[in-house]
Design a protein around this ligand. Structure first.
Ligand SMILES: NC(=O)c1ccc[n+]([C@@H]2O[C@H](COP(=O)([O-])OP(=O)(O)OC[C@H]3O[C@@H](n4cnc5c(N)ncnc54)[C@H](OP(=O)(O)O)[C@@H]3O)[C@@H](O)[C@H]2O)c1
Length: 255
C-alpha cells in the first residue's frame, strides 16, 4: 500500500473526477473512497479513464451503517464493486465501530477468501474497541484508519496496533485545516529549514512515525507538493518539537 494516497471526500461529479485524474497524473496510486462519500462511481470512472493499469492502483473503500449486518454487508460489497467498475477492491474497511461489526466482517472475510477484496481493515476503532474486535474477528485487520495529525498523534493506539500487526493510516492528516494548521508557527519554522511547507512537514512527521497518510486536495499543484516529501527527513530534535504539539484529543469529536 502506498504511504501517501488521495483522500476523496467531497470530490464528486465531473470536477471530482477531474481532480482524481489530476492526482493519478501527479503520481498518486491510492484513492481513498467510501460508500458514505457517494463518489465510488466517480472513482470507478477514474479507474477506467486513467492510463494506469488497474493492478498499479490501490483502491480503498468503506462500508458504513446501512451495511451493518452480515446480509447487508454482503449485498453492499457487490454494490461497491459495481460502482467502482472493478473486479476487486484493494482494501475494504468498516467505516466505524458498529454493534454488527463482526457480522459485517464475516461477509468481508468471505469476499476476501473469494478474492474480490484483497485486504480487510477497520476505521475509527479506539484501543479497547480494537482489542475486543481482534479477539473474535478471525483475520487480523491490516489497517485501522483513524484521525491522526500533529495535534492528535495517536501514539498509544499505534503502539497497540503495531503489537498485533495492524498498520495505522491517518485521515485528516492536515487536521482539515483546523487549529490554523497551515499557519502553525512550529511547523513553519521547522519546514523553512528544509525548504518545505507546513503541509509537507506535517505529512513527513506522520510518515516518520510509520503512519501512512491520505491528504485530500482538489488542486493539482497542492497534490503534487503533498507527494513531494520523500527527499528530506526531520531530525530527532525537530520530531521532539512536533511531538510537543500533541493534545491527545480529537478535533472532530471522535471517541
Ligand atoms: N475514515 C474516516 O472516518 C474518515 C474521516 C475523515 C476523512 N477521511 C479520509 O481522509 C481524507 C483526508 O481528510 P480531510 O479531507 O478531512 O482533511 P485533510 O486532508 O486533513 O485536509 C484537507 C483540506 O486541506 C486543504 N489542503 C490540502 N492540501 C493543502 C496544501 N498543500 N496547502 C493548503 N491547503 C491544503 C484542502 O483544500 P483543497 O482541496 O482546496 O486543496 C482541504 O480543505 C478524506 O478525504 C477522506 O478520504 C476518512
Amino acid at each position: 500500500m502506498p504511504m501517501v494516497g488521495l483522500g476523496t471526500y467531497m470530490l464528486q461529479g465531473e470536477s471530482g473526477e477531474q481532480s482524481m485524474l489530476a492526482a493519478v497524473n501527479a503520481g498518486y496510486r491510492l484513492l481513498d473512497t467510501a460508500q458514505m462519500y457517494g463518489n465510488e462511481r466517480e472513482v470507478g470512472n477514474v479507474i477506467r479513464r486513467c492510463q494506469v493499469p488497474r493492478q498499479e492502483l490501490f483502491i480503498t473503500t468503506k462500508l458504513y451503517r446501512p451495511s451493518a449486518s452480515y446480509r447487508e454487508a454482503k449485498r453492499d460489497i457487490e454494490k461497491s464493486l459495481a460502482a467502482l467498475q472493478t473486479e476487486y477492491i484493494d482494501l475494504l474497511l468498516i467505516h466505524e465501530p458498529y454493534e454488527a461489526s463482526l457480522d459485517m466482517y464475516r461477509a468481508m472475510t468471505e469476499a476476501y477468501q473469494a478474492g474480490t477484496v484483497k485486504a480487510l481493515g477497520i476505521s475509527n476503532f479506539n484501543t479497547s474497541q480494537y482489542l475486543e474486535f481482534i479477539d473474535s474477528c478471525g483475520v487480523i485487520p491490516v489497517v485501522n484508519q483513524v484521525e491522526a495529525h500533529v495535534f492528535h498523534q495517536q501514539g498509544a493506539l499505534q503502539e497497540v496496533l503495531r503489537r498485533h500487526g495492524t498498520h495505522m493510516q491517518a485521515w485528516s492528516p492536515f487536521a482539515a485545516g483546523k487549529e490554523n494548521f497551515f499557519h502553525n508557527a512550529v511547523l513553519q519554522a521547522i519546514g523553512t529549514r528544509y525548504n518545505k511547507s507546513v503541509a509537507q512537514t506535517g505529512l513527513q512527521f506522520l510518515i516518520q512515525q510509520g503512519i501512512s497518510v491520505i491528504p485530500k486536495s482538489s488542486h493539482p499543484d497542492r497534490m503534487r507538493k503533498n507527494m513531494d516529501i520523500f527527499d528530506f527527513e526531520l531530525s530527532a530534535s525537530d520530531i521532539e518539537k512536533i511531538k510537543a504539539l500533541d493534545t491527545q484529543k480529537s478535533l472532530f469529536g471522535w471517541y
